[in-house]
Design a binder for this molecule. Structure first.
Ligand code: ZN
Length: 395
């Protein structure tokens, strides 16, 4: 099927005016002021009316737990697997899965199979090798082999730092891991990102700073997330980003965490832009499928919730409405900036020749109406058209 979206304002994410977009074979075939489609067979091109809508790139969620996460409160607190519509109803067309805290009862083979399943379902999906802990347990004999030989593996993570749940790696262990990721990435044409889970601990970014300052591994090898977790970490994040490092903010949170001082992703974007941080250093991810545990003073668990992907568009709307950030800028941490960081060259933008991953949002409410993933319609006018084979139909 070929689709033509007729007369729609396009945020690529930069605003490029009102256009026609022609989609076929999974790609954006053309994007012009006006496209005349003259095809021999009637019904070969489906026209989609763009009135009341705007087009933006599909979201790239670079940190979430598709097979579930959690488990910090015992076996029954392991969170459930995510399904296709958990992503598509949130505008996510590309995702990067990670194991998280639990690399014991969960494993990479299961994560990789889930990622492959989501690809079969029509999304673009990747994963990080390893879990919270070092020494890293990968799939191949070496970490760099995982990145080089497994198509879906684009880096390592999430490696936990400054957290009581971390494996407490030292400078040498983390440096060797980053070097292996760098080598694996270079040899396979991938980013080789080291995805870092930042906890609340007093260690903060000190290990990462030490590597950036004392070794040959550049700070851009790292992608630390949960950077708004507390005011002190946010201050460190600002400095890290001003010096050229990437900073990622988690959109799933709880109001109680915000009251305790967590900096919301949309607020973080406003503060970082005001501080002079380049937009392409900043990204948002959902942490969907992960647990949101609360710990008391003694580190005992006292509450748990599960994150979901819908928080990504919530934060986009907050950035525009509450923080006064233009839509074209507010989209970047969800699209173009993530694609650049992860070296996903066909993602994160609307342009001729790239993958047709496109959200059609209501112009006023910025609610998702229609979603294309690799040129196929996943959501049409709010209706879910595709589900995973065993997904429940209740949504
Ligand atoms: Zn984490």
């Amino acid at each position: 099927m070929i689709y033509k979206i007729h007369r729609i304002p396009v945020y690529a994410p930069k605003y490029i005016g009102e256009k026609d977009i022609l989609i076929g074979g999974g790609e954006i075939l053309a994007i012009e002021e006006s496209i005349d489609t003259v095809l021999p067979e009637e019904g070969l091109v489906e026209e989609i009316d763009g009135s009341g809508l705007l087009a933006a790139p599909g979201i790239i969620d670079s940190h979430l737990h598709p097979t579930g996460g959690g488990g910090e409160g015992g076996f029954s607190s392991r969170t459930p697997e995510l399904q296709l519509s958990d992503f598509t109803t949130a505008g996510v067309t590309t995702l990067v899965g990670t194991l998280g805290t639990d690399g014991n009862t969960r494993d990479l083979r299961n994560l990789l199979a889930k990622v492959k399943a989501l690809k079969e379902d029509g999304l673009s999906a990747y994963c990080y090798t390893g879990s919270y802990h070092l020494p890293l347990k990968g799939l191949c004999p070496s970490l760099s082999d995982d990145i080089i030989f497994i198509e879906e593996v684009i880096g390592a993570g999430e490696i936990a730092l400054a957290d009581h749940r971390s494996g407490q790696p030292d400078y040498r262990q983390l440096l060797e891991l980053a070097a292996a990721c760098r080598l694996g990435g270079m040899l396979s044409g991938k980013a080789g990102t080291v995805n870092i889970h930042m906890g609340d601990g007093k260690q903060g970014l000190s290990l990462l700073r030490q590597i950036a300052e004392q070794s040959e591994v550049p700070r851009t090898q790292f992608s630390p997330t949960h950077m708004g977790r507390n005011p002190q970490l946010f201050r460190e994040a600002t400095q890290w980003a001003l010096e050229g490092g990437y900073v990622d903010f988690t959109t799933c949170t709880r109001e109680a965490f915000i009251r305790e001082g967590e900096v919301r992703a949309s607020r973080a974007l406003r503060l970082l832009l005001d501080a002079g941080v380049a937009l392409d250093r900043i990204s948002f991810s959902s942490d969907a499928g992960g647990s949101l545990p609360s710990f008391d003073q003694e580190g005992k668990i006292c509450g748990m919730e599960v994150g979901d992907c819908s928080s990504l568009l919530d934060e986009l709307r907050r950035a525009v409405r509450d923080e006064g950030i233009s839509l074209e800028k507010a989209l970047c941490p969800l699209t173009a900036s993530v694609a650049k960081r992860l070296e996903l060259n066909r993602k994160g933008v609307i342009a001729g020749g790239v993958d047709a991953d496109i959200m059609l949002l209501d112009r006023e409410s910025l609610e998702l109406r229609t979603l294309f993933a690799r040129g196929e319609i996943m959501i049409r006018s709010g209706e879910i058209l595709r589900r995973s084979p065993f997904e429940k139909q209740e949504r």
